[in-house]
Design a protein around this ligand. Structure first.
Ligand SMILES: NC(=O)C1=CN([C@@H]2O[C@H](COP(=O)(O)OP(=O)(O)OC[C@H]3O[C@@H](n4cnc5c(N)ncnc54)[C@H](O)[C@@H]3O)[C@@H](O)[C@H]2O)C=CC1
Ligand SMILES: O=C(O)CCC(=O)C(=O)O
Length: 421
């Protein structure tokens, strides 16, 4: 295998590439190999098998995971993904990224992440409820409001959070809203959590266009993914005067160089962020990524911008709303071409930030207005963006490495103070 091909193959392994950047970040910060040994793997990884009675009377056994990267700073925190492609290595990488996101935004958490190998689009609501409750029973020993606090991620939503919270509360025999975030408002959810990831990405885009000297008004935007992150983002950018020219879901995308009718698409999408089957004239996700535009936002799944297509990306700003959409080789290619790449662990940190606000409100039993939440979120995101941008300038590194340096520092310091390393 040619050397370049081998490198690219390796970087598609999210866990391996995360470890590569962690090592680089720790070296830049002056930490030794022992710190890398501690932080390169999650401290805890639980694999569970969940039997679920299906509607036809049969029993299906699902595999699920919960990974906890590091709890030196505080309890671990991060979403739960229901997707056919969930795998152990990816969940581990995702939990490490949660540690980094919490470090960047200065939240009192380490990172956690969970996932179940399933296709919720093929399951009924009652099957999904039994699966959600079964997962909580299976992981209940290692989670809880002061241990590890789950939240929504791909193909999970506030209804699933509600079932999980109810199951945990029943197990513990007291109401435990602080066990999980992203809940419906009536069950202790926070104002602004539903749109928080997209708000955070919007704030990063606002900052990125300033750095690039581009006007957001009239800028052509392409968004891959039209779920929680992508759809609200399209709405916010459209309302801010940007021209959203293409959006997609798992099956394909729609494109109009004059700008799409975002309200119409929002109205038509289903709860899994799909809409494209309603259209006959569609483009592929591959074509969408390479469209001529100013700002590209991958907001779906990992490994979308690779060494294969990075040279064809036309956008001058790429903002990663999804976790892990760009490989390390692609990051290098984009950076060399002068593209401003705002990395996932910064751009998508709005979700966990408002999840933290939700947990704080649950713990204190006093709830904030949407304006209050937005103001606090905006402060965190603008400060985080600026810190990482300045770190990149000072150390002459790309924004991804800078974000890892900022994100890993707090966990390394906390681990050190605890005497672990
Ligand atoms: N929901 C949240 O609060 C946060 C989400 N994220 C990340 O944002 C990304 C999207 O998450 P959500 O919007 O919550 O998920 P979602 O489940 O609401 O929507 C996912 C979207 O991606 C599309 N999609 C799924 N598989 C695809 C594929 N193979 N190719 C192209 N499109 C595909 C779906 O059709 C849908 O439009 C994920 O990477 C997630 O980890 C990051 C931080 C927080
Ligand atoms: O809201 C949270 O706690 C976690 C969100 C999440 O899973 C992510 O940022 O990838």
């Amino acid at each position: 295998m040619a050397k370049e091909q081998k490198k690219e193959k390796e970087s598609l392994n999210l866990f391996y590439s995360t470890q590569t950047v962690i090592r680089e970040a720790l070296t830049k910060l002056g930490y030794n190999d022992e710190m890398f040994e501690l932080l390169k793997e999650p401290i805890r990884m639980l694999t569970v098998r969940i039997p679920v009675r299906m509607d036809d009377g049969s029993v299906k056994v699902f595999t699920g995971y919960r990974s906890q990267h590091n709890d030196a700073v505080g309890p671990t925190k991060g979403g739960v993904r229901f997707h056919p492609d969930v795998d152990e290595e990816e969940v581990k990488a995702l939990s490490i990224w949660m540690s980094l996101k919490c470090g960047i935004t200065n939240l009192p958490y380490g990172g956690g992440k969970g996932g179940i190998i399933c296709d919720p689009r093929q399951m009924s609501m009652s099957e999904l409820e039994r699966l959600s409750r079964g997962y909580v029973r299976a992981i209940s020993q290692i989670v809880g409001p002061t241990k590890d606090i789950p939240a929504p991620d791909v193909y999970t939503n506030s209804q699933i959070m509600a079932w999980m919270m109810d199951e945990y509360s029943r197990l513990r025999e007291f109401d435990s809203p602080g066990f999980i975030t992203g809940k419906p408002i009536v069950l202790g959810g926070s104002q602004g959590r539903e749109t928080a990831t997209a708000k955070g990405v919007t704030i990063c885009i606002d900052e990125a266009v300033k750095k690039k000297g581009i006007e957001l008004k009239g800028a052509r935007v392409v968004i891959q993914g039209f779920g929680n992150a992508g759809s609200y983002l399209a709405k916010f950018l459209h309302d801010a005067g940007a021209k959203v020219i293409a959006v997609s879901d798992v099956y394909g995308g729609v494109y109009d160089p004059n700008g799409l009718d975002i309200d119409y698409l929002l109205d038509r999408r289903d709860s899994f962020g799909t809409f494209s089957k309603l259209f006959t004239n569609t483009i592929t996700n591959k074509e969408l990524l390479e469209l001529d535009c100013d700002i590209l936002v991958p907001a779906a799944i990992s490994n979308q911008i690779t060494a294969e297509n990075a040279a064809n990306i036309k956008a001058s700003i790429v903002v990663e709303a999804a976790n892990g959409p760009t490989t390390l080789e692609a990051t290098k290619i984009l950076t060399e071409r002068g593209v401003l790449l705002v990395p996932d662990i910064l751009a998508s940190a709005g979700g966990v930030t408002v999840s933290y606000f939700e947990w704080v409100q649950n713990n204190q039993g006093y709830y904030w207005s949407e304006e209050e939440v937005h103001e606090k979120l905006a402060n965190v995101m603008t400060r985080s963006f600026e810190t990482i941008y300045q770190t990149a300038q000072t150390h002459q590194v790309d924004m991804r490495l800078a974000a890892y340096m900022v994100g890993i520092k707090k966990i390394a310091e906390a681990s050190s103070f605890r005497g672990w390393v």
